[in-house]
Design a protein around this ligand. Structure first.
Ligand code: NDP
Ligand code: F7E
Length: 334
């Protein structure tokens, strides 16, 4: 490997923490396609909450860069039910990986936060400098605080040691390998599963959570992965970078889109005893757009892709085989 003058030289070896997850698997696909050898460890091989084991592995392998996509992640209900794990697991993983990378002399690191770090009533679209300007949304406060600690940790390594470590703040994501467990999933895979099962069973109504009025922005994880490698190659500054498509819709509109793709024609009901969460969190993506990145996968195409994978997964579960998480969406254009 040549002396590191570039932020991510050609052929740089990258450790992708969380490579089996939604984001990590997409980042592995993207890095591999760009010619980077990728280092991975399963949770069974290396629990990233274990600081000593993580530091030892990073010292032994000394990758050229780390993408921190390992985290305790979940939808609104999982976040509200398990705030202790969402706070503590994420703090511990971040402490292990960022400190371990620095101790091992890893020159480059990308930390992934989340759009829920911003105040509940932040002006829309939300700029990066809205951080710490108001109270957080209570349903995911513990997770958001852990992510904010991660951002400050990364900034501190920059300020104190001059490390080229940076943070990205993705909006709500979806894609191949998503979590379809209704108790822990995010809304988009939950809706695909609910409408698909209702269509197959002929159920007259599907009941969704909340009022349907909150607005959310959805980005395909392959678009996020392209942003991650661009940031690794070209971004080196203190402030986090928002990653979103720049457009949002209500959960009711999302439900109409997903039911249309799935072909479900029954009624949609709303259980207002369930939480709505934050009313809106559309990201200002001008910083990332200025670097030349654009989202490529339209929501309807991405939903159709994930629906096909859910069908394959459901059929595979019944037959005892696994789906292909790398299958392409059929069309790709915004
Ligand atoms: N999904 C989304 O909508 C969004 C995600 N993000 C961020 O992107 C990142 C990745 O999220 P996503 O891919 O969706 O999450 P997933 O739950 O799909 O994947 C998380 C990964 O982290 C691994 N992991 C968790 N705990 C540990 C541990 N103690 N030791 C080792 N590995 C561990 C999991 O391993 P295993 O496979 O063994 O479970 C899994 O591979 C997170 O930082 C998240 O905050 C940001 C905005 C939105
Ligand atoms: C990525 C992001 O994800 C989480 O925040 P969230 O955006 O509020 O999460 P969500 O995807 O679970 O819900 C979005 C909206 O959709 C509604 N909704 C309807 N019906 C279902 C449903 O069936 N399941 C789910 N999960 N939601 C439903 C739900 O009531 C809410 O109004 C946090 O983890 C946060 O920390 C974070 O970073």
């Amino acid at each position: 490997m040549p002396f590191m003058t570039e932020l991510l030289p050609d052929g740089a070896r990258v450790f992708v923490a969380g490579h089996r997850g939604l984001v990590g698997s997409a980042v592995v696909r993207r890095l591999t396609a760009e010619g980077h050898p990728v280092l991975v460890r399963t949770r069974a091989e290396l629990d990233l909450r274990d600081a000593a084991a993580t530091a030892a592995w990073l010292r032994q392998t000394r990758p050229d860069a780390v993408v921190l996509a390992a985290a305790r992640v979940g939808g609104i209900m999982a976040n509200s039910t398990y705030p202790v794990q969402f706070l503590e697991d994420n703090l511990r993983i971040q402490l292990s990986v960022v400190a371990g990378a620095h101790a091992a002399g890893v020159p480059r690191l990308l930390f992934l936060g989340s759009s829920c770090i911003y105040p509940k009533f932040a002006p829309q679209p939300i700029r990066e400098d809205a951080l710490l300007t108001g109270p957080l949304e209570p349903t995911n406060e513990a997770y958001a605080l852990a992510k904010i600690a991660g951002i400050v940790q990364v900034q501190s390594y920059r300020r104190q040691y001059g490390a080229a470590y940076v943070s990205a703040m993705p909006t709500n994501l979806y894609g191949p390998g998503d979590n379809f467990d209704l108790a822990t999933s995010h809304v988009l895979p939950a809706l695909i599963r609910r409408f698909d099962e209702a269509e197959r069973s002929g159920a007259p109504e599907v009941t969704l959570w909340g009022s349907g009025t909150p607005r959310r922005e959805f980005l395909h994880v392959d678009d996020l992965a392209a942003a991650c490698t661009l940031l690794l190659r070209s971004y080196d500054a203190d402030e986090p970078v928002n990653v979103g498509c720049g457009e949002d819709l209500t959960i009711r509109e999302l439900a109409e889109t997903v039911s249309g793709v799935v072909g479900y024609r029954g009624r949609i009901g709303w259980d207002t005893a369930k939480p709505d969460g934050t009313p809106r969190k559309l990201l200002d993506v001008s910083r990332l757009f200025a670097l030349g990145w654009r989202p490529r996968i339209a929501l309807r195409d991405g939903v159709a892709q994930v629906h096909r994978q859910w069908r394959a997964q459901a059929a595979g579960d019944a037959a005892g085989s696994a789906p292909d998480p790398g299958a392409e969406p059929t069309a790709a254009a915004h």
